[in-house]
Ligand binder design. Structure first.
Ligand code: HEM
Length: 119
């Protein structure tokens, strides 16, 4: 059987490290920081890790909201969406993930665009 993306990413601990780094980047990114001001970052890191693990084929259960519900009323722009993906790519690269794996994650994230943008 083929490896899952979850396995190629190295499992839960390595995924948690990527999500934590990406959220720290969002909080420091001028294009995104205003969105995350006053939010419970540790909780978002936990939910983000669950979401990423489950979505990549891991055994975790995601207990957060749907992508549409979580971003409803925020009217997120294409520029913000790209900035978020750029941060995640930087986190993956910073942690030594192979370009093929980074590309796969970008593809998955991009597929969620319609659920996240301008809701
Ligand atoms: C494919 C891209 C994205 C994914 C996979 C994603 C994933 C998530 C997840 C899993 C949550 C937690 C859900 C919950 O609270 O129940 C969340 C919340 C949130 N996301 Fe995203 N997100 C994406 C794009 C973005 C972008 C581009 C922004 C900012 C411009 C953003 C800003 C936020 C904020 C501010 C929250 C917290 C909402 C609140 O608690 O009020 N997200 N996101």
């Amino acid at each position: 059987m083929q490896d899952t993306l979850y396995q190629r990413l190295g499992g839960a601990e390595r995924i948690a490290a990527v999500v934590e780094d990406a959220l720290d980047r969002h909080a420091a990114n001028p294009l995104l920081a205003p969105r995350f001001r006053g939010k419970d970052l540790p909780r978002l890191k936990q939910l983000g890790t669950q979401f990423f693990c489950m979505g990549s084929g891991g055994p975790q259960h995601y207990e957060g909201r749907s992508m549409r519900a979580a971003h409803a009323g925020m009217n997120i722009s294409e520029q913000e969406f790209m900035a978020a993906i750029d941060d995640i790519v930087a986190s993956l690269q910073g942690q030594g993930h192979a370009p093929s794996v980074v590309g796969e994650v970008v593809g998955v994230l991009y597929s969620m665009k319609e659920e996240v943008l301008r809701t």
